[in-house]
Design a protein around this ligand. Structure first.
Ligand code: PLP
Length: 429
């Protein structure tokens, strides 16, 4: 299965993050010299990096309060706790998301109820209505997975009808919006991630944003503020914190000052980066759409997104053909993640892998969609030429699989189709 050396390889490492802005590095070094990395000081704040970041992040996302924590997954857990989700309670969640999302539901001792997604990867509002009614769930954990934004008018209408509190998973949807309204402001709370492969990079980190005073007080206390919550700058009045302090357990989820110092200068750079990320997405998408065998969901309508990766569906390929296409791309330096794989690999997973979530009933539509769903990371450093090469490599692999299928169908008689001849019938280059 050696690649044809005449075919260009992608030489760029798609996992390579951007460097941390110099201001963040300088502040991190300063903090390390001081050794004062814990966000709180016993004798008063040692520094205010995390508290300031919370203020800035709340303003950036258009919410009243922000609590910084150590991962996006624990921000989701915290959201469920402040929504007072009870052990064993059903929590609705869309079926295209990653493992930390059902994981957060289990962490809160609740029970995931998986809702179908449609051909464009977003939650199926009618299945949401059905499952809300059938399960009696009162909470929807809506994952804006890979920044694909559902019709939020339809989702919120179902939530209103069924009395659902919505918690938004915005790990991939910072700077996204629906009909001009920021994603992360629709539900009662929203969680963001600052894990390296997201839009903001602290290695690990997360944010919970919300508007309700009593919930914000509990979130701060749950996050692990001890009795030092007076050092928060994005906080409800002291009385709400005092009122909740005796009854709210400390879950120790804090963000360090070091992570905050690295993150603060990144916020200002986000809009510029998002514009480039989206241009990268659109360029690869238009290259992929040149193949009739590839579906790239339209990102128009009411949604504005912020891509750090691109998703597309390979249409009607059997699993072994899918593997052939992915092998072909890998041989040319392009790693593609696949949500239809038998086993979980890397970051990918699908509801059928979440055995810990309990029996779910059929999720045929979701598994049909995931069976062909591919995912490529798109670092902001990609050039237009890289984008075109990525689309070429995928199209070429698809063409090869189609030609191989046609050749097999001919059972060795008659002239070879042009594509099979070009790619060398019967063997991967
Ligand atoms: C859709 C989604 N939600 C939530 C998370 C959780 O983020 P973290 O890795 O910061 O816990 C991730 C992480 O990959 C994710 O992909």
């Amino acid at each position: 299965m050696a690649s044809d050396p005449a075919l260009r390889r992608l030489t760029r490492d798609l996992t390579e993050p951007e460097p941390i802005p110099e201001a963040g590095i300088a502040r991190a070094v300063e903090l390390m010299r001081s050794g004062r990395l814990f966000r709180y000081g016993e004798m008063g704040a040692d520094q205010a990096d995390t508290a300031l970041l919370e203020q800035e992040f709340a303003a950036f996302t258009g919410r009243k309060y922000c609590v910084a924590v150590n991962s996006g997954g624990c921000a989701l857990f915290l959201a469920l706790k402040v929504a007072v989700v009870q052990p064993g309670e059903p929590v609705l969640v869309n079926g295209f998301t990653l493992a930390p999302v059902p994981g957060a539901i289990l962490h809160a001792a609740a029970r995931p109820v998986v809702v179908e997604v449609g051909r464009d990867y977003v939650i199926d509002a009618e299945d949401l209505r059905r499952k809300a009614r059938a399960s009696g769930a009162k909470v929807l954990l809506l994952s804006h997975m890979r920044g694909h934004i559902a019709d939020m008018d339809a989702v919120m209408a179902v939530a209103d009808d069924c009395g659902l509190a919505v918690i938004e998973d915005c790990a991939h949807a910072i700077c996204a919006s629906w009909r001009g309204r920021a994603i992360g402001t629709f539900g009662l709370a929203a969680a963001f991630s600052a894990q390296t492969y997201k839009h903001l990079n602290a290695g690990e980190g997360g944010f919970l944003v919300l508007d309700d005073e009593a919930m914000a007080a509990r979130a701060i206390l749950h996050s692990g503020s001890y009795m030092l919550h007076g050092q928060h700058l994005s906080a409800p009045p002291a009385e709400s914190l005092e009122a909740a302090s005796g009854t709210t357990p400390n879950f120790s989820l804090r963000m360090t000052a070091l992570a905050a110092a690295i993150l603060r200068p990144q916020l200002a750079e986000l809009p510029r980066r998002v514009a480039r990320w989206n241009a990268i997405h659109d360029r690869i998408a238009s290259g992929l759409r040149r193949s009739q065998h590839i579906h790239v969901p339209a990102r128009g309508g009411g949604q504005s997104f912020s891509a750090t990766s691109i998703q597309f569906s390979l249409l009607d390929f059997a699993p072994d053909e899918m593997r052939t296409i992915l092998d072909h791309a890998r041989d040319r330096g392009l790693p593609i993640k696949w949500f239809g794989a038998e086993r979980q690999a890397g970051f990918t997973s699908a509801p059928r892998h979440w055995t810990y979530a309990g029996p779910q009933g059929p999720l045929d539509a979701t598994h049909r969609v995931l069976a062909g769903l591919c995912d490529i990371r798109t670092p902001v450093a990609l050039t237009d030429d890289d984008c075109d090469l990525i689309a070429d490599i995928v199209r070429d692999g698809v063409e090869f699989a189609v030609a191989t299928r046609a050749a097999a169908g001919r059972a060795g008689s008659g002239p070879e189709p042009e594509t099979a001849r070009k790619h060398g019938k019967g063997g991967m280059r």
